[in-house]
Write a protein that binds this ligand. Sequence first.
Ligand code: TXA
Ligand code: MG
Length: 324
Amino acid sequence: MNTQTGTDINQAVDFLKSGAVIGIPTETVYGLAGNAFNEDAVLKIFEAKNRPHFDPLIVHTDSLEKIALFTENIPEPALKLFQNYAPGPLTLLLKKNNLIPDIVTSGLDRVAVRIPAHPLTLQLLRQLSFPLAAPSANPFGYISPTTAGHVYEQLKGKIPYILDGGACNIGVESTIAGIEEDRIKIYRPGGITAEALKTFDEYIEGPVKNETGVHTPGHLKSHYAPHKKFIAGHIPELIKTCSFKMAGILSFSENYLKAFPEIKAKQWILSPQGDINEAAVNLFNYMHLLDQSAADLILAEWVPDKGLGSAINNRLEKAAGKWQ
Ligand code: TXA
Ligand code: MG
């Protein structure tokens, strides 16, 4: 299959109406989208990503009115959250009705829903009479894509079209939350910070750490992972204790090449000024670059655990999970 990249919304609409799956931009990461009401289209998403069917998909649409069409009653705290953060990087688990095929939710009775804040994708969603099921547009377990080029590199030949909306301006996935007994619970840290959600009276806990429960988002120990060996920790210590021919260093703001001039290394600094939002924007792109570089071992450091820092550290922990 020939994979085209472009900015033509009409072409994207035609592909989606015909049941094809395409790459779409969002403010967090690129998604691999298909008609969420069409089981065949949804199957194609799992196939293109090589994703196991037990891992459910997020459904994207452009308004609360449309969400109401395929969910049961939306609880008050969820309405309040959407009023504050939609469109935006917030996904809520809501009780689904039978317009959503079971395969979308892996048989669970709640569907994950979000309204993405990307102008091109909002325009696209407005033209569709169905919502879009869309996981991140990476092969299962690999680094998430934050540019159309990343999607092309990983999925070329498997999908007909990638809608190019430029680089994602948040850079980490949405926060996933659910309402349990009228209280807000975070399941995956992401683009809306825990600090922001804590300002709501209904907030109870999160992010939930659960490596064994199958139904917690991102529950798999390894995720977002480069092909190369990836270790997260304190870089000066890792440099001393790990063996490598050439290290790939992913630092937050520090320049370790200056501190350790004697080692052979390539380095990417997430934010030389120490800006956590800039670090999130650069995270997955730099992980892609490190994976393509001449380094034989990637060493990453934790970032300050504030704001988007919790989501970044969660992704670093999962990326390193394969090697522990
Ligand atoms: O920012 C994002 O959320 C991006 C963009 C494309 O919207 N999407 C994304 O999708 O990150 P994905 O599939 O890579 O991650 C979604 C996570 C998975 O860990 C999945 O298990 C969980 O959400 N999930 C989806 N539906 C669920 C449901 N009904 N119940 C529990 N977890 C769910
Ligand atoms: Mg993903």
